[in-house]
Design a binder for this molecule. Structure first.
Ligand code: SF4
Length: 338
C-alpha cells in the first residue's frame, strides 16, 4: 500500500536533485577513498563545517596509503575541532586494512566494505553506490526522517529492525543511478526536510508526502525515548604565557583519549580551593585571575566548566607542557581559551 507510489517519489526526487544538488568537493570524483573520508567526516557534522576540514585532510593525506602511514598525533591534529575523534582513529584502521589486506584497493561491494574496521552499513552503502554503482542504500538519520514523514511511519527509527526494514525496502528500489539516489536523499534531508522546520513548500515531494498533506511532520520520525545526558562539573585552568598555554596529554582510554587538555579538577572549586590547586600545580599567577563559565555537550555527557583564566611565567610544570600549536586540543578546551 504505502510502497506502491515509491516510483513517483524517486522520479520527483531525482528531477529535483539534477537541478538543485549541492556542489561539494568530494562529489563527482567517484573515488572510494574520497567518499570514505567525506562520509566519516559528515557523521554528526554539517557539510558546511566539513568542507574546510576535508580540503585540508585530502591535501595532507591524498591517498589511502598516506593515511595508513600517518602518525596518530598528526591525524588527530588534522581532525582538531571536528569532534568525535574515534572517527579519525577508525578511519586510519580502515586505511591500514585496505592497504595491508586489499593491496590498497577498496573492495567494490557493500558486503565486503562492511568488513573493514569502522565501516558500518551506511558508509558501506555510500561507497558501494557512489564509487562502484552498486544498488545499495545508505540509510542515515536524514533518509529515515524523509521516509518516516513521506509515509507517516511512526515506527521507532532508533531500533535496528526498523532501520533494516527501510534499508531492505530501498535496496529493491534503487533504480539505475543508486549513488545519485542516495545523494538525493542526503541533499533533501539536509536542505529541505529539516528536522525542526521542513521547507514543505519548496519540497519536490510535497504533493506526495503524507506528513505534508496532514500537517503532521513534527510527529515524525519517532526517535524513541531519549536518555538524559550525564552532567559533570569541572574546574579548568587556562594558564597563559604569551601565545602559549599549559597543557598535558590525556590518558589512552575514555573520553578524548590521546588528545591534549588544559589542567582541570573535578567539581566547581571554591576560590580557596582554586588557590590550593594552583599551588599544587606549581603555577604562580601574575596579577589577578578571572573566572568564566563554559559548557560543552558530548554524546552522553555535558561538561559544565568553571574556567579560571590567568597569566603565569613559562616555567617547567611537572607532567605538563606548553602548547606549541602541533598538539591536538579538543573544542571543549579551546572554548575555555576564547
Ligand atoms: S513535504 Fe515536507 S515533510 Fe514531506 S518530505 Fe518534503 S519537506 Fe519533508
Amino acid at each position: 500500500m504505502w510502497y506502491t507510489a515509491f516510483m513517483e517519489f524517486t522520479t520527483a526526487l531525482m528531477a529535483w536533485y539534477d537541478r538543485h544538488k549541492r556542489t561539494l568537493p568530494w562529489r563527482g570524483t567517484g573515488d572510494a577513498y574520497a567518499v570514505l573520508v567525506s562520509e566519516i567526516m559528515l557523521q554528526q557534522t554539517r557539510a558546511a563545517a566539513v568542507i574546510p576540514y576535508y580540503g585540508r585532510f585530502m591535501n595532507e593525506l591524498p591517498t589511502v596509503e598516506a593515511l595508513a602511514a600517518c602518525d596518530e598525533e598528526r591525524l588527530l591534529k588534522l581532525w582538531e575541532g571536528l569532534g568525535y575523534y574515534s572517527r579519525a582513529r577508525n578511519l586510519k584502521k580502515c586505511a591500514l586494512a585496505v592497504v595491508n589486506e586489499h593491496e590498497g584497493r577498496f573492495p567494490d561491494s557493500a558486503e565486503e566494505l562492511k568488513k573493514l574496521p569502522g565501516v558500518g552499513p551506511y558508509t558501506a552503502g555510500a561507497i558501494a553506490s557512489i564509487a562502484f554503482g552498486e544498488p545499495e542504500p545508505a540509510v542515515d538519520g536524514n533518509v529515515l526522517r524523509v521516509l518516516a514523514r513521506l509515509f507517516e511511519d511512526g515506527a521507532d527509527v532508533t531500533r535496528q529492525p526498523v532501520r533494516d526494514r527501510w534499508t531492505d525496502f530501498l535496496r529493491d528500489r534503487m533504480g539505475s543511478r543508486p549513488g545519485d539516489l542516495n545523494q538525493a536523499f542526503m541533499d533533501l534531508g539536509s536542505l529541505i526536510c529539516l528536522p525542526k522546520s521542513p521547507l514543505c513548500h519548496s519540497c519536490p515531494l510535497s504533493s506526495l508526502c503524507g506528513a505534508a498533506k496532514h500537517g503532521t511532520w513534527d510527529r515524525f520520525p519517532n526517535r524513541g525515548e531519549k536518555k538524559p545526558k550525564r552532567q559533570e562539573d569541572l574546574t579548568v585552568f587556562a594558564v597563559r604565557s604569551g601565545d602559549s598555554f599549559l597543557i598535558r596529554r590525556r590518558g589512552e582510554r575514555g573520553l578524548l583519549s590521546g588528545l591534549y587538555e588544559l589542567p582541570n579538577r573535578p567539581g566547581h572549586l571554591s576560590r580557596e580551593d582554586i588557590g590550593q590547586a594552583l599551588t599544587e600545580l606549581g603555577v604562580r599567577p601574575v596579577g589577578a585571575w578571572e573566572i568564566v563559565t563554559r559548557e560543552h555537550i558530548f554524546t552522553h555527557v555535558i561538561w559544565h566548566m568553571q574556567v579560571v583564566r590567568l597569566t603565569a611565567p613559562q616555567v617547567q610544570v611537572p607532567g605538563y607542557q606548553w602548547y606549541t600549536g602541533a598538539e591536538p586540543l579538543p573544542e571543549a578546551f579551546m572554548k575555555c581559551l576564547r
